[in-house]
Design a protein around this ligand. Structure first.
Ligand SMILES: [Zn+2]
Length: 310
């Protein structure tokens, strides 16, 4: 069965200024690489719908959601900063609603057996967005909106969210810490932005802080020892991935030394887990990844393993 590839042209209209690294070209780098590698033929494209307020309010506070809806600038050349590195332009609100809506559609598609897996090529990313706060290029927490939708609309009891972005998924942890229907696993460079996660106490959080210069071998060993037994014991009915590729050795956003085979490996492990427990259901949502060539190659590898035979 081929893979659902969910995106939307609106996700290209969110821009945070000439010198910002979180740029629309990230999505072009992904689609260009998928065409060049021949992977394109294995994808079914879907337009991401806009998440409605009701869906956003499952994981965000009402006054925060209203602030984003009402602060969105209308003039095309205006930026409204909501955090030190996070700004809204005229296209941001729709892009952010599409990004969250993509995760919801991906879940609907896998839960109704239209596809076993989905990849959401969306921006802005989401995993730093907390219940009440935008930060780190994120507005709505896309993967959390998706998980809450799966719990509310598909009656699931156990969802795993695995976040292999190089930064701690502080927003996702903020939203789900203590909610034992969700097992949240985040690996990240530590100490590093945003500084959280190394001493989390919540029983449903399996954080994996790793030092700068962590390479593929060290990363795989840590995942094997900590996440995989925990995920197997949890027996998730659905696996969501916060898929950030900024731990790539070519990405100077951070200081991990991962390469495409490492992203392939972790994806294959998650796919195998999904085959054991979740009828192969995996929905992956793009987070970081700023070195354009490395991002395109890594996503292509990731998608190849999401499709792959178990
Ligand atoms: Zn990141």
């Amino acid at each position: 069965m081929n893979l659902a590839f969910i995106s939307h042209p609106d996700c290209l209209e969110h821009r945070m200024g000439a010198h910002h690294v979180e740029v629309p070209e990230r999505l072009h780098a992904i689609t260009d690489r998928l065409i060049a590698s021949g992977m394109e033929m294995l994808l079914t494209h879907y337009d991401a719908p806009m998440a409605e307020r009701e869906a956003l309010l499952r994981v965000h506070d009402a006054d925060y959601v209203e602030m984003l809806f009402s602060n969105a600038p209308h003039a095309s050349d205006v930026l409204t900063w909501v955090d030190g590195d996070t700004a809204m332009n005229a296209g941001t609100l729709n892009a952010a609603r599409r990004a969250a809506g993509a995760a919801m559609l991906g879940i609907d598609l896998v839960m109704t057996d239209k596809h076993h897996a989905a990849f959401c090529a969306v921006r802005p990313p989401g995993h730093h967005a907390e219940r009440h706060q935008a930060m780190g290029f994120c507005f709505f927490n896309n993967v959390a909106v998706g998980a809450a939708h799966a719990l509310a609309q598909h009656g699931l009891q156990r969802i795993a969210i695995v976040d292999f972005d190089v930064h701690h998924g502080n927003g996702t942890e903020d939203i789900f810490a203590g909610d034992e229907r969700v097992l949240f696993c985040s690996s990240f460079q530590h100490p590093f932005y945003p500084g959280s996660g190394a001493d989390s106490q919540a029983p449903n959080v399996a954080n994996l802080p790793l030092p700068a210069r962590t390479d593929g071998n060290a990363y795989r060993a840590a995942v094997e020892q900590t996440w995989l037994p925990r995920l197997d014991a949890f027996q998730p009915e659905l696996i969501l991935i916060s898929a950030g590729f900024d731990g790539h050795v070519e990405d100077d956003m951070a200081h991990f030394m991962l390469r495409e085979p490492d992203y392939a490996w972790v994806t294959r492990e998650l796919h195998d887990l999904a085959a054991r427990h979740a009828q192969e259901r995996v929905v992956s949502v793009l987070e970081g990844g700023y070195a354009l060539s490395a991002l395109g190659r890594s996503v292509s590898t990731h998608i190849d393993e999401l499709i792959g035979q178990v």
